[in-house]
Design a protein around this ligand. Sequence first.
Ligand SMILES: *Cc1c(COP(=O)(O)O)cnc(C)c1O
Length: 400
Amino acid sequence: MNSQTYIDLENQYGAHNYKPLDVVISQANGVWVEDVDGKKYLDCLAAYSAVNQGHCHLKIIQALVEQAGKVTLTSRAFRNDQLGPFMRELCELTRYEMAVPMNSGAEAVETAIKLARKWAYEVKGVPRHEAEIITVAGNFHGRTITTISFSTEPSYKNDFGPFTPGFVTVPYGDSAAVEDAITANTAAILFEPIQGEAGVVIPPAGYIKRLREICDRNNVLLIADEIQTGLGRTGKLFACEHEGVRPDLTVIGKALSGGVYPVSAVLSSRAIMGLFKPGEHGSTFGGNPLACAVGRAALKVIVEEKLVENSAALGEYFLEQVAEIPSPHVQEVRGRGLFVGVELKPEAGGARRFCEALKDRGILCKETHDNVIRFAPPLVIDKATIDWALPAIREVLNMK
Ligand SMILES: *Cc1c(COP(=O)(O)O)cnc(C)c1O
């Protein structure tokens, strides 16, 4: 079957809740993907940073296959021999005391919200069911009813209400607005250290540090959603480390499995995580042995292949090179590590046509919102590959 047949099938039988570029991928390895016609592309999206370790990383696939032949799911009604080691390795790498395993990112965000509310009632003394959580404009935390309840993006929430109460929203990057929004019932501040879906939006220097101080002063928990920014994407293990900040809860997902299987987690202290008592939270698949085996291998690859360091070094190089491209269309180039956003001028005609043109030249990117091209290749990319891509990027940024 050719590309068009697959596209037609998907359009006929699958819901149209995405608007994908029309490339039908059938194979992938490392930073490269191949379509059904045998054409190769450099993947500069990496499945929204889930594939940081590169596609089909041999060690992660081996862990998957090996574990799949032993036991895949026990449910948490019983124990399995992968969960304990995975939790220990995850906590040792991230220097948190405890973790709770989930599957999707949105589920892990909801888990963090449940924990923060429970902490508010049991530790802070907020009257039951009156806890408030402060969120910021432009956020993306997933697609569940609760996570869209505090979205500020009309297309994410139009026609999906009524929404979950208990959230207030303030502008991103404005710590004074956060402080003003705090009441006696505030349980937590939930934020992304860099807003990926909003277009790689980097807050003003000192913002994260100020959030930490505001939380400390007001007895409020700081929750960082590092599902996209975490595990090396920005050149640090966590983006909050750029300001030396340790949130009370950090939410991770995506690259926690190297894109091989849905694995997410919330990281926290023993004091906070200990608030969950048996029966109060759970997931049939969360912490299953297949997920744990994959997660263990994925974390090992990040460390062994020095992906955080590679992201920092090559990210700096890539950002510098792209920023130097003279272009009539570019408003701003910004980034941290291998997380780079090219914001186009409003009159450039939107990022979509630039992504289509990049695709024709063998580079896969996706527009975020209307005017930003996001470059976020797998962190295993090397300099030679970046140098291969730069002329095509230069050409596209200078097209009519
Ligand atoms: C992708 C993402 C999510 C949601 O993760 P899912 O696995 O799609 O539910 C939440 N927050 C951020 C910052 C993300 O990038």
